[in-house]
Design a protein around this ligand. Structure first.
Ligand code: AMP
Ligand code: TRP
Length: 354
């Protein structure tokens, strides 16, 4: 009995354009984690259909998100890139988790409440069970680390609760079959089948906000295109959106404390910091005392410098769908081999013949 293999899993939905929030909160950090552990990055098409999708658009978006992964520097040979629906074990383990998670747990999920809106009765059952499938995504690889934006924190906590309940409910059987790994829980060492995955959230862009309203998340689904920078925007569009971003009339403060109660200023400084790979303090050491009229052009230049090469590379990769599909197929096969092992063990543990 030894510890778990350290492994990263994360997913992005193929729904609409990717934003600067997706890039800074997630994809840029996926790239960084490749140096540390084996990584599996997934385009979660089964999650996308929890809301209505046009089939042709869904296929195009699946390829576009894959292209964004590759253009950002994810290495599909050293690591794994694939789309979720290719590996049926996600849905299979998702069903087992539907039987582990409690209604009370899912009823607390704020993303469901946000997405279902006022008429929750009309939401799909899939939208409700979404977090269980998400837990299965990570646990079918027994992943130990998940880089995500702040908005996914509650789903990761639920994943840990599901893993822990499975480990507890089946502890005798896991031990008898010799399928467990050693895991530290507080001061104790336990025999577990699923790891308690660690969220990797943080840095200056864990929550990138709308350019029109510093209290709202930057989102693919915001009706105003001026609220976000898309990874596909050209240089002029990026510069215009930064120039027109809502700010406030004060100069930038000298320290991070001065950003309190200034959500727009905090957001723009955070975006600059994340793009430049420095802290907000370092940005304010340079720009403290400056007006937005001076800061915004610097931010626009930096955003163009960092995002343009990615969108150019995305266009180049998207022009070759056969290459993209090849990456997904190869990744799906390698992911499938790991998922199959896990699912075989889960069936033995739970008592499912076959
Ligand atoms: P989604 O597009 O909802 O599939 O999100 C993919 C990843 O991007 C997740 O890890 C999200 O947490 C992250 N993300 C999405 N929007 C933002 C944002 N505005 N700020 C930071 N991270 C974000
Ligand atoms: N729910 C995530 C989002 O909307 C996407 C996702 C699905 C995911 N499965 C995952 C993220 C597994 C991390 C790990 O952003």
């Amino acid at each position: 009995m030894t510890g778990f293999h350290q492994r990263v899993f994360s997913g992005v939905q193929p729904t609409g354009n990717l934003t600067l929030g997706n890039y800074l909160g997630a994809i840029k950090r996926f790239v960084a984690m490749q140096a540390e552990m084996d990584c599996i990055y997934c385009v979660v098409d089964l999650h996308a259909i929890t809301l209505p999708q046009d089939p042709a658009d869904l296929i195009a978006s699946t390829r576009a998100v894959t292209a964004a992964f590759l253009a950002s520097g994810i290495d599909p040979k050293a690591h794994i890139v694939f789309n979720q629906s290719r590996v049926p074990q996600h849905a299979e383990l998702g069903w087992v988790f539907n039987c582990i998670a409690r209604l009370g747990w899912l009823n607390r999920m704020t993303q469901f409440k946000d997405k279902a809106g006022k008429n929750a009765e009309a939401a799909s059952v899939g939208l409700y069970a979404y977090p269980n499938l998400m837990a299965a995504d990570m646990m079918v690889y027994r992943a130990t680390h998940v880089p995500v934006g702040e908005d996914q924190k509650q789903h990761i906590e639920l994943t840990r609760d599901i893993a822990q309940k499975f480990n507890n409910d089946y502890s005798t059987r896991i031990a008898a079959l010799g399928l467990g790994h050693e895991m530290r829980v507080g001061d104790e060492t336990v025999n577990a089948f699923f790891p308690l995955i660690e969220p990797v959230i943080g840095g200056p862009a864990a929550r990138v906000m709308s350019l029109r309203d510093g209290t709202k998340k930057m989102s693919k689904s915001d009706p105003s295109d001026m609220s976000r920078i898309n990874l596909t925007d050209d240089a002029d569009t990026i510069a215009k959106k930064v120039r027109k971003a809502v700010s406030d009339p004060l100069p930038l403060p000298e320290t991070v404390d001065g950003l309190k109660d200034r959500p727009e200023a905090d957001n723009l400084v955070g975006i600059y910091a994340a793009l430049a790979d420095v802290t907000k303090d370092a940005v304010l050491a340079e720009f403290g005392g400056a007006q937005f009229s001076a800061f915004k052009p610097a931010l626009a230049d930096l955003a163009v410098q960092k995002i343009e090469p990615i969108s150019a590379e995305m266009r180049r990769i998207t022009a070759d769908p056969a290459y993209v599909d090849g990456v997904l197929k190869d990744g799906g096969e390698r992911a499938g081999a790991i998922a199959e092992e896990t699912m075989k063990a889960v069936k033995q543990i739970v008592g499912l013949l076959g």
